[in-house]
Design a protein around this ligand. Sequence first.
Ligand code: NAP
Length: 308
Amino acid sequence: MNVLFDRIALIGIGLIGSSLAHDIRRLGLTKEIVVATRSADTLKRAEELGLGDRYTTSSAEAVKHADLIIVSVPVGASESVAKEIAGNLQPGAIVTDVGSTKASVIAQMQPHMPENVHFIPGHPLAGTEKSGPDAGFPGLFEGRWCIFTPVAGTDEKALKRLRGFWEALGSKVDEMDAEHHDKVLAIVSHLPHIIAYNIVGTADDLETVTESEVIKYSASGFRDFTRLAASDPTMWRDVCLHNRDAILEMLARFSEDLAYLQRAIRWGEGDKIFELFTRTRAIRRSIVQAGQDVDAPDFGRPHALDKK
Ligand code: NAP
């Protein structure tokens, strides 16, 4: 047991909320977990999975007497949650979130936060393409980054306490301002998802290649995009709408670079193509060296002869 908070309220119990619940319980980080989600069905499932000690469909009810509140809902719902919980927050409580965009979450939540609570926006860079309370699992945050985007005047002691919480989950914590976070995430996360949604959509719309061929021959590369493109539509719609400027900026850069590659292919400029593909291969090596992926071929998928 390593009790860091007396009562933790989890607002939203999907992939991220339920993964937090598993780890908080496993590591004994609190005396009581209160789970809140808006639908009775999700709440029932969370209860069946034993994710909390108390359950409610009222966020306002859940935050009473909690010293840590973690909001894990689609970013577009941040303001309504902030409004709902504001009146019941206890003085000194830490309110944080896990949203994938930060400037928008701050704009939605901060105006509603009482003076005497510590609002510290956060974003764990960990997840999968699954959603809902069944999708969570212990250890999701182990070895992953969690980025805080503190607002001006944030209490250092509260920051340290929240940092201790994420470190207890095995995360490494970084701090940056919200606008910078949104730009970085636009390129490392948001653009790859948008490209994946787009390529899978294009394949679906093709007339000369049948859908059964796309599926049958997907291991040639296509299937690696389908994992990203299977991510939760609500979450990703909200990310697109709430990080609009940074995403549009990165999409513009991407389109320019794609035009360069298109031109090189058209004019048979093999040296340009080779130079780009060599540079990008080195990025993969750096990711493996940084411990952000394993070096197993084919993303570690098992193959028929592996078992023999
Ligand atoms: P999820 O599995 O879809 O769960 C969403 C949760 O939010 C559910 O409890 C759902 O409640 C609730 N919710 C949905 N719409 C709501 C609304 N309009 N108002 C109030 N509650 C609402 O989502 P998730 O993957 O855990 O993502 C949660 C947050 O984490 C998002 O902000 C996302 O950007 C961020 N994030 C996600 C990942 C990832 O890989 N998935 C990684 C890092 C950060 P009901 O089921 O009861 O409707």
